[in-house]
Structures are given as C-alpha cells and as structure tokens.
Design a protein around this ligand. Structure first.
Ligand code: NDP
Ligand code: 8X3
Length: 253
C-alpha cells in the first residue's frame, strides 16, 4: 500500500506514519518542518525498509500544494490511502474576543488546506479507479463547546466535506471515512495556546487522554477492512471523556 499522510511531523500523523511503515507500507509524508520530515524519513526507511517520500509545504498555500503534489513521480504506483490529518486549533476564546489571525489559520489549514490536497489526490484516485480517503475530524465537528466557536466550525466543515466527498466519489470506487477523536495528547494544545506549554499541560490534568498511537491504530483498522466494507464515521474518546466537555479528572483533592 502507498499511504499519503498530511501533518506527519508530529502527533497523530507521525504515529500513523510509524504504524503503516511498521507494516511494510510505503509513505508520502507532508508538513512544514523539513528537519522533522527528513529525520522521520531516515528513521522509517532504516528501521522498516520502506520507501518514504517527503513533501515540505504549507498546506494553506494552494500553489505550494499544487507544486509539491505535481512533483510526485508515482510511476506505476497508486496512492491507496490519503490521511487528511494536518490541522490545528488556535486560541480558545469567545467569538467577541477572538483573534482574526487565529481564525484565518484554522480556516485556511483545516478547511481550505484539506480541500487543496483532496482535490488533487481525488483526481489521481479517479484515474486509478480506486482509493481511500480518511479525514481526521474531531469531537469538535460533532459538538460545539464554549470558546471553541471557529475551531468547531472548521471541524463541522470537515464532517460535511467527508459526507460530500463520499457521495461525489462513490461512482469512482473511492472510500471516504472520518475518524473523530476526543482528547489526544500531542502538540495540539501547545499549538492552540501559542507555545504556552504550562497551559497546554493543564488540559490533561488528572485524566488519561488518548495517545496518538490509539488514533493511528484506528486509521490502520479502517484502512484494512475488506474491499466491500467502508467505515463511514468513528468517534473515539478517552474512557474518562463522555462528550467534548464531560471529563472525569482525578485532581487528588
Ligand atoms: P499536532 O500539532 O501534534 O500535529 C499537527 C500536524 O499538522 C503537524 O504535523 C503539523 O506540521 C501539521 N500542520 C499544521 N499546520 C500546517 C500547515 N499550515 N501546513 C502543513 N502542515 C501543517 O496535533 P495533532 O496530531 O493532535 O493533530 C492532528 C489532527 O488531529 C488535526 O487535524 C487536529 O485538529 C485533529 N485532532 C486532534 C485532537 C487532539 O486532541 N490532539 C482531537 C481531535 C482531532 P508542521 O507544523 O510541521 O507543518
Ligand atoms: C480536538 C479536541 O476537544 O479540543 O479536536 O476540540 S477538542
């Protein structure tokens, strides 16, 4: 299998890359941090003898996405799986106090970036007459929570786009799946709070969040169902989380 994963420099994308490499699959990995991409490429190629291609680009820039994807030399290879994972939350504040820069980063990355990559890869898959697209959504795409406004809107957009893609690509034998995690400990909260690691740590205080490996295993499972089976939608949470905001914490009090 050839697996294309966006946002593979960290967290869920990186764990997913590691798991597919461990199972012998070749990879195309993307992100902005070239050093991390190159280190991961070297590590996975040495450890698992798979072929790893890295593409360094900012998913918000449609020209960068087009140039990077058109530079791919697929030869006789097919892209079997696209994992649309690159994404972020920026800020956690009321709409009236929100920062335009945060909103633009989230909308441009989570919605427009996902669209730029999906259009090109979907056309490759149409030529191949097969493929599978897995979108990493969120519980924030199923529920709205206080101060989550724009992040929740972008993940609701991912939910809608997943359904739209599934309908549009049905006639082309392309599966479309959404995997929607609750709390996963990655660099997500550090990015959300603009690098404030102390504040990020508090998000997971007294509770056991999911690990990025848990989501990687879910992606791997969904990608490895028989040809006639498509997994439409999964919500996956830590055992101590029941909804976006209902979390049991052991604070030691
Ligand atoms: P991380 O911050 O650990 O990873 C995010 C990845 O996205 C990085 O590889 C980053 O690469 C990439 N990325 C971000 N912005 C851009 C950009 N402009 N261009 C290219 N790549 C970009 O977070 P997670 O692993 O947690 O997040 C992965 C996905 O999971 C996101 O879509 C997130 O919304 C979703 N999610 C996360 C949850 C959580 O609790 N952690 C829960 C539910 C969903 P680089 O910085 O190198 O560009
Ligand atoms: C990330 C999960 O609850 O912070 O998508 O929105 S949450």
């Amino acid at each position: 299998m050839l697996v294309f994963i966006t946002g593979a420099t960290s967290g869920i994308g990186k764990s997913t890359a590691e798991l597919f490499a461990k199972h012998g699959h070749d990879l195309i990995l993307t992100g902005r941090r070239a050093d991390r991409l190159n280190n991961l490429k070297a590590e996975l190629q040495n450890k698992y003898s798979v072929k790893v291609t890295v593409l360094c680009f900012d998913i918000r820039q449609s020209i960068e996405v087009e140039n990077a994807l058109h530079s791919l030399n697929l030869e006789n290879n097919k892209i079997d799986l696209l994992v649309n994972n690159a994404g972020l939350a920026a800020g956690l504040s009321s709409l009236q106090e929100g920062k335009l820069d945060h909103w633009e980063r989230m909308i441009d990355t989570n919605v427009k970036g996902l669209l730029y990559v999906s259009k090109i890869v979907a056309n490759i898959m149409i030529q191949q007459k097969s493929g599978h697209i897995i979108n990493i959504g969120s519980i924030a795409g199923k529920e709205v929570y206080a101060n989550g406004n724009v992040y929740c809107a972008t993940k609701h957009a991912v939910d809608a786009l997943t359904k739209g893609m599934r309908i549009d690509l049905l006639q082309h034998n392309i599966k479309v799946t959404a995997i929607n995690p609750g709390m996963v400990e990655t660099e997500f909260s550090i990015v959300r709070f603009d690098g404030d690691e102390e504040r990020a740590k508090k998000v997971y205080n007294g509770m056991q969040p999911l690990k990025p490996e848990d989501i990687a295993e879910t992606v791997f499972w969904a990608a490895n169902r028989p040809a006639h089976v498509n997994i439409n939608d999964i919500i996956i949470m830590p055992t101590v989380q029941a909804s976006a905001t209902n979390v049991i914490r052991n604070t030691g009090a």
